[in-house]
Write a protein that binds this ligand. Structure first.
Ligand SMILES: [Zn+2]
Length: 82
């Protein structure tokens, strides 16, 4: 992360937030499994998928942005363009 770059800060904060949400949902899922709460498990399933997607996208955004600091052109296949 580049010091003083507001884009870096924003993207990292978003990634951290996405990671935390994902971890929390995974913990909730583990608890629901333990308690065999199938109704809750069904609910959590979709949320976990969404949170994982958000986390992946946030991580890709960080990677895409960090390339702009390297001074090198992005290599093909290195990043996924959405
Ligand atoms: Zn930056």
């Amino acid at each position: 992360m580049e010091k003083g770059c507001t884009d870096c800060e924003r993207l990292w904060a978003d990634y951290e937030d996405a990671s935390k949400s994902h971890m929390k949902l995974l913990a909730d899922t583990a608890r629901a499994l333990e308690e065999q709460d199938t109704a809750l498990l069904r609910q959590l399933e979709a949320q976990v998928v969404q949170a994982a997607e958000r986390r992946t996208k946030a991580r890709d955004a960080v990677k895409r942005h960090e390339i702009t600091h390297s001074g090198e052109p992005p290599k093909a296949g290195c990043i996924r363009i959405q």
